[in-house]
Design a protein. Sequence first.
Length: 349
Amino acid sequence: MPVHPGSEVAAFEQEFAAYCQAKLGIGVNTGTSALHLALLAAGVGPGDEVITVPFTFVATVSAIDYTGAKPVFVDIDPQTFTMDAVQIEAAITEKTKAIIPVHLYGQCADMDPILAIAKRHGLIVIEDAAQAHGAEYKGRRAGSMGDMGCFSFYPGKNLGAYGEAGMVTTDNAEFARTIRMLRDWGAEKKYHHVLKGYNFRMEGIQGAVLRVKLRHLERWTEQRRAAAAHYDRLLTGSGVPTPKAMPHNRHVYHIYAIRTAHRQAWQDALLAQGVQNGIHYPTPVHLLPAFADLGYVAGQFPHSEQAANEVLSLPMYAELTHAQREEVVRAVKNVAANSSKDAELVRTR
């Protein structure tokens, strides 16, 4: 067996895997390493292709690149920001080895058709669940539906470590065994290196911190969901597009992103009123200079590109108070009203 991790890490692996409705958990140093090692355990390497989406954090695509495989993109569904399953089969070639659906912003991708396509073509499915701790799709938890699920415990996540950490969840004992070796220099036992591995172990202190915080995750998640529902109610009738939660999903709202065609003006105006905001993410990966070598150009993934131009993240965290939410929405409505007046003034000139 691979070298055993510290007792706190081992306990957290068991507890978090159970929380995700998975049999096994393998703790690693980052969410990026989780994706990287999951791909390697699936046998992905040079000459292979992996299908994912361009509207995601760059780590999703970088992990594919680390293996020597080629990232191949399909566009997102414009309502959910997650992979449009209808587009997958057209992207499959004889080189395709895996699919990475991204559970973006805390909402699971439409997994049933993705899993059906993967089964039909003999492909591995690796869930990028870095933003989806506790999210559900038709009663199934993120990280339990594909062959493997990959989580990040970066401090800003819904379940954050005291630093960096990540995990792979799976029901496949062989995948788990391979990842356990790969994270610890490929060692099956001390100084017996079977694979060319990495120093990707989770620190003991992170396992200890995460074990304590995991006990509070459900409460924090329900607080986020209540805050999002309150935002939704307050923004009803404002004309501001709010997040679309699919009825069969449990959205955990890592991000609460509205949309506007006047984002820079809205950002500036909100900041002027003391309301912090952010953009997740301003450039889809296929248009980043780092991945220009893939050969994609603007216009190929219109929904991803439009979302990247329009999304604006409002404050969202478990401790967000009722009064703070109302203050945020007042500012948003004020900005939206002024934006409408400006547009009307332009039309009447």
